[in-house]
Design a protein around this ligand. Structure first.
Ligand SMILES: NC(=O)c1ccc[n+]([C@@H]2O[C@H](COP(=O)([O-])OP(=O)(O)OC[C@H]3O[C@@H](n4cnc5c(N)ncnc54)[C@H](O)[C@@H]3O)[C@@H](O)[C@H]2O)c1
Length: 250
């Protein structure tokens, strides 16, 4: 594997499993020093077993102040920040009329507000390094998703955030992009019971690409994230890149 990120520092959130873990492994494999952040302490320890010594930070994305403090701690620990991947997220299902205020706030809090707070805290270091950030959206942001309107609304916010910051910080040389995965084989829906009274005809369609109709692998998304962070993407900012195996076209 090439060493596109030698000498660079990356903060990746949600690294205990799924896409975040695959991204941390890929960036470290290409030479980056990785700061791994998650609420799952054991998952962070398993990541360190696999990729060697790293700075691991336990934080709760439900808490905006804790999210910002985590980002400041990451910068302080490594002395610089070149790459930021805001990946931690939660998925919840519910009939829109049944979504309680607390559930709405929790989904927006983890998936959107925490991301904004982390970016704010990381910006001085990203400016200094002329760095780059990738924010994890979802195809739900652009296509909607039945029974998860709070999730889709948060992810649409992520797209708008990435595009707005790409413009605002272009003069500083900091790039912002968003990635929209379609279905990916991770544990994000584990433990969620099927909804009663759901209409199967409204449910999200499957990916169509041969060999990937059950969904992509986490590393399929990590590769896209790594590209966007790399010098090959130096002219790419404010983009939303979908990786969904042709799930949402046609
Ligand atoms: N898997 C998919 O099909 C899919 C599709 C579109 C978008 N996404 C997005 O990709 C990102 C990664 O999802 P994934 O599928 O790898 O999920 P995952 O559940 O496998 O991993 C999410 C990680 O975030 C961490 N996390 C969750 N809540 C947290 C909190 N409050 N504080 C700190 N850490 C927390 C979890 O511990 C976990 O390690 C998410 O933003 C998700 O919305 C996933």
């Amino acid at each position: 594997m090439g060493r596109r990120f030698a000498g660079k520092v990356a903060l990746v959130t949600g690294t205990a499993g799924g896409i975040g873990r695959a991204t941390a492994i890929r960036l470290a494999g290409e030479g980056a020093r990785v700061v791994a952040a998650d609420r799952d302490r054991d998952g962070l320890a398993r990541l360190a077993d696999d990729i060697g010594p790293l700075t691991a930070l336990v934080y709760d994305a439900a808490n905006g102040d804790a999210s910002a403090a985590m980002a400041r701690e990451a910068v302080a620990a490594e002395g610089r920040l070149d790459m930021l991947v805001c990946n931690a997220g939660i998925y919840r299902r519910g009939h829109f009329e049944d979504i309680a205020r607390e559930e709405w706030d929790a989904v927006i809090g983890v998936n959107l507000t925490s991301v904004a707070r982390i970016v704010q805290a990381a910006l001085p270091a990203l400016r200094e390094a002329q760095g780059s950030a990738v924010l994890l959206a979802s195809t739900a942001a652009t296509h909607g998703i039945a029974y998860a309107a709070h999730y889709a609304a948060a992810k649409a916010g992520i797209v708008a955030l990435a595009k707005s910051l790409a413009v605002e910080f272009a003069p500083a040389g900091v790039r912002f992009n968003a990635v929209a995965p379609g279905r990916v084989k991770t544990g994000i829906s584990a433990g969620l019971a099927p909804l009663e009274r759901q209409d199967p005809s409204l449910l999200v369609r499957s990916p169509r690409l041969a060999g990937l109709t059950e969904g992509g692998e986490p590393d399929d998304i990590a590769g896209v994230i790594a590209f966007l962070l790399s010098p090959d993407a130096r002219y790419v900012s404010g983009s939303l890149v979908s990786a969904d195996g042709a799930q949402n076209v046609g």
